[in-house]
Design a protein around this ligand. Structure first.
Ligand code: THG
Length: 369
């Protein structure tokens, strides 16, 4: 596919950081939640190596917030989430798969409990706000559902904590994983969580006023020199190595959290939620397909533009949903949704890549070196 430019418009939104991101050496975008998401600043492998050694600033404004606010906000959050949010506490984040009535995944956001009557779902790429607003309407709930002006900026990498401490103070070091706190910056209160779509450690700043974007970027940028700060973005290689799934790529509404191996983030025997009985039935019957890891033989493969068939001989037994060459594993790694005869680690299959069929071996997730 040729790299044609994409024009911004009201539908394809730029972000509060777009000007800075482009000036900093951006080389590729994708669209996510109708908004620009950087995909590279030079090379995938260069970005990857730097992310694992130093620290990067990521424009992840596309992680839009769906805010539920009002007396029934908690009730709606619980009904929407396969993760049990009954005892959600202010200051905590929860990875929370959201299902339709058949258990099909609609999104896999991080839920943030801001207050007992105020929740954010920090969403992946689907219009969850419409589902939430529809449910609120249909259930007759007293809750406002909207997308606030919040544009997350992520600081990721092993030197993230030192950089953040320099800007926001030493207290930032005491924020634990998947917790957040409020930090003062230039007379503004910023919500900052220890989270992010990499396993290199880091923070996400939920910047709450588009007008502040440039100043926030500049302050971080100017503090970053001594840590070798560079612009970055969610990195395909790092996220596959780390077993982080991409909604819309590795899973869709066709798949349930059980198909995706997200069992530990849902509870089927506590709260009532949409999709519960379908998931219980699936659990009872056993799943017919599951997302597994694969190691693919041969030369470096090019990132996939779309899923690729997985074969056993002449039979299609699943699909490869993401794959990339990992320098640190020194092999090609991928995720594949395969049928139940192929769940066992070490099972041999083939993948029908555009440049030919290759041998691949199933493994459990997360990948181990
Ligand atoms: N940060 C924020 N919003 C997001 C993402 C994010 N929205 C879109 C997308 N990413 C949502 N999906 C995920 C998937 C995995 C994780 C976070 C968001 C994640 N998982 C950890 C893991 O798998 O080890 C830990 C989960 C846990 O222990 O609860 O971090 O990145 N704001």
């Amino acid at each position: 596919m040729a790299g044609f430019p994409i024009l911004a418009s009201r539908r394809l939104r730029s972000t509060p950081y777009t000007e800075r991101v482009e000036a900093a050496g951006l080389t590729g975008y994708t669209i996510y939640n109708h908004m620009f998401l950087p995909t590279s600043f030079g090379s995938l492998e260069g970005d990857y190596k730097h992310l694992k050694e130093d620290v990067q600033i990521w424009d992840v404004s596309v992680e839009r917030q769906v805010e539920l606010r009002g007396p029934d906000a908690h009730k709606l959050a619980i009904m929407m989430s396969a993760r049990d949010l009954t005892n959600a506490e202010p200051g905590r984040c929860y990875y929370a798969p959201i299902c339709d009535g058949n258990g099909g995944m609609l999104n896999d956001p991080i839920a943030l409990c801001l207050a007992p009557d105020r929740f954010w779902f920090s969403i992946a790429d689907s219009d969850l706000v419409l589902w939430a607003a529809g449910l609120a309407e249909g259930m007759g709930l007293d809750v406002k559902v909207f997308e606030p002006d919040v544009s997350p900026l992520a600081i990721q990498g092993p030197k993230a904590e030192d950089l953040m401490a320099k800007i926001f103070g030493e207290e930032i070091r005491s924020v634990r994983f998947f917790r957040f706190g409020m930090f003062t910056w230039r007379d503004h209160e910023l919500l900052i969580a220890r989270s992010g779509w990499s396993k290199q450690g880091g923070f996400e700043i939920y910047m709450h006023d588009s007008k502040l974007g440039t100043q926030l970027w500049d302050d971080i940028w100017n503090a970053g020199g001594e840590f070798n700060l560079k612009p970055g973005c969610p990195n395909l290689i790092e996220r596959i190595e780390s077993g982080l799934l991409s909604y819309g790529n590795d899973m869709t509404r066709e798949d349930t959290p059980l198909n995706c191996g997200l069992d530990r983030y849902i509870s089927l025997d506590t709260h009532d939620f949409i999709g519960k009985s379908a998931l219980q039935a699936q659990q009872e019957a056993g799943i017919s397909r599951k997302l597994m890891g694969v190691r693919i033989s041969g030369d470096k493969i090019a990132p996939l533009g779309k899923p690729v068939d997985c074969l056993s001989g002449d039979t299609v037994i699943g699909m490869l949903t993401s794959a990339v060459y990992s320098p640190d594993f020194d092999c090609n790694l991928g995720f594949a949704m395969v049928s139940s005869d192929y769940f066992a680690e070490g099972t041999n299959i083939q993948v029908a890549l555009p440049d030919g069929v290759r041998h691949a071996t199933i493994c459990n997730l997360p990948f181990t070196q």
